[in-house]
Write a protein that binds this ligand. Structure first.
Ligand code: FCB
Length: 441
């Protein structure tokens, strides 16, 4: 039998994604550092510490790995607390260091995609009330202007805010992120301010760089009714999806933040998205349940039979990737998979997770869904927020003691995929044999 293959559109962006606090090390001036120092906040009392020591120069060898692995783009983030350590001070050396990293990407033929806010806030912003009040907005706008002016010669692809929905759920609905609050009203306020912050950033970036491409990265969860023929479950799954998946992106289209129970008009946000970034990892079933008050009467559970990641954090729900991209078409703009991956220290699942999700992205591309890139989370194991170092998301492993990188088979598989701009039957048979039947029946 002749072997077969699937290919992605020409010019497709292949990369990995990282974030400042997770890889840089030595970030001591932000809300996450403060969180880490409080007992009980991070699993096993772990700290970000040196992380992957990018601030000490390890970015060079990691970007070499990305480039040698045939990636043509990299998504990274800028640490606001480094660039602006206090409200009245810019750290030009820090900005220069970011310039070096980004030039390093360009030299390696990795198109930079730069995130301006990836979960961390400078401590002085936290002390001002974080995103709970409008005070943050003019500061954020100035920070964005400063960064864009410094980097616009090299960067065209911008992500304003990473996963505002996770920031809000994590920090304001008991999800284990700082500031550790559980307050619906504050959650709404923060979400609205993040919409405003995005809109301001969008305009600021375009004013400095008219040909910039600006979006945000949404954490999309595939929320399906537990009993598809039971209307209350369908209604509840729809309601949760509306709040979790639709609200932020919707506001950037219409200028109205629709959180189901409350609608907030933010007219300046309308039309502030050049592409939609989707971080897709997993899905849940939603069951109407009167005893689940804390979950808005929709109890979430893992789809039965779904394979779980190493620590049980996510279920492998591959079709959810296609549904995410299909859902996103309604915004009428290009799409990027800005994150996707799985925690897996011994790489028993990652190769299958990777090829099966990519097949879903390919399906979407074949329907002309305008998907233009895929960024695997992540290049190398890094500090995984409140889960510390207990989860390993890298194509490359990290030995924290020695800072040595440990090649996982997935690194070779992903390199082969990036080089081919697609997946061949040989690749899948070699690295993810159990998925071969599924991809190439
Ligand atoms: C996403 C975050 C990213 C990383 C991955 C595993 O929600 O954006 O920083 O933690 O999950």
């Amino acid at each position: 039998m002749p072997k077969t293959a699937i290919h992605f559109p020409a010019g497709f962006l292949w990369g990995t994604a990282t974030a400042s606090h997770q890889v840089e090390g030595g970030n001591t001036n932000n809300n996450w550092y403060q969180w880490e120092t409080q007992p009980g906040k991070i699993k096993e009392g772990m700290r970000s510490g040196l992380a992957c020591n990018w601030w000490g120069g390890k970015w060079k060898e990691d970007l070499d790995r990305a480039a040698e692995g045939h990636q043509n783009s990299h998504r990274m983030s800028i640490e606001w607390s480094r660039v602006q350590p206090s409200p009245d001070r810019w750290d030009e050396d820090a900005l220069e260091y970011y310039r070096q990293i980004i030039r390093g990407m360009v030299d390696r033929k990795l198109e930079p995609m730069v995130t301006l806010h990836h979960f961390t806030d400078p401590l002085w912003v936290t002390n001002l009330g974080g995103w709970e009040t409008g005070a943050v907005l003019s500061y954020f706008e100035r920070y964005v202007k400063k960064v864009v002016e410094a980097l616009k010669d090299y960067v065209k692809l911008w992500v304003t805010i990473n996963e505002p929905n996770v920031y809000v759920w994590g920090g304001y609905m008991g999800g284990g992120f700082p500031p550790g609050k559980n307050d619906m009203n504050l959650a709404l306020q923060v979400m609205a301010n993040m919409v405003r912050g995005h809109a301001a950033a969008y305009r600021t970036i375009h004013a400095a760089q008219p040909d910039a491409r600006v979006g945000f990265a949404l954490n999309y969860r595939d929320l399906q009714p537990a009993r598809p023929d039971f209307p209350p479950d369908c209604w509840m799954a729809g309601l949760q999806a509306k709040i979790y998946n639709d609200s932020f992106a919707g506001a950037l289209k219409t200028g109205k933040l629709d959180m189901a129970f409350k609608k907030i008009s933010i007219p300046e946000a309308a039309g502030t998205q050049d592409y939609l970034g989707i971080n897709y990892y997993t899905g849940d079933l939603v069951k109407f349940d009167l005893s689940a008050g804390g979950e808005m009467f929709g109890r979430r559970s893992t789809p039965p039979g779904a394979e779980m990641s190493e620590t049980g954090f996510i279920a492998k729900v591959t079709e959810g990737m296609f549904r995410a991209l299909s859902w996103a078409r309604k915004f009428g703009i290009p799409l990027m998979v800005t994150e996707n991956g799985v925690e897996d220290s011994d790489d028993h699942l990652r190769p299958r997770y990777l090829v099966e999700h990519l097949e879903q992205v390919w399906r979407a591309a074949n329907y002309n869904f305008r998907v233009q890139g895929y960024y695997h989370w992540s290049l190398v194991d890094n500090f995984e927020w409140e889960r510390g170092w207990t989860q390993r998301w890298g194509l490359w492993g990290l030995d924290r003691e020695t800072q040595a990188r440990i090649r996982r088979p997935s690194a070779d598989l992903y390199a082969a995929i990036c080089r081919e701009n697609g997946l061949t039957q040989e690749m899948v048979e070699r690295w993810a044999a159990q998925s071969a039947e599924k991809l190439f029946p």
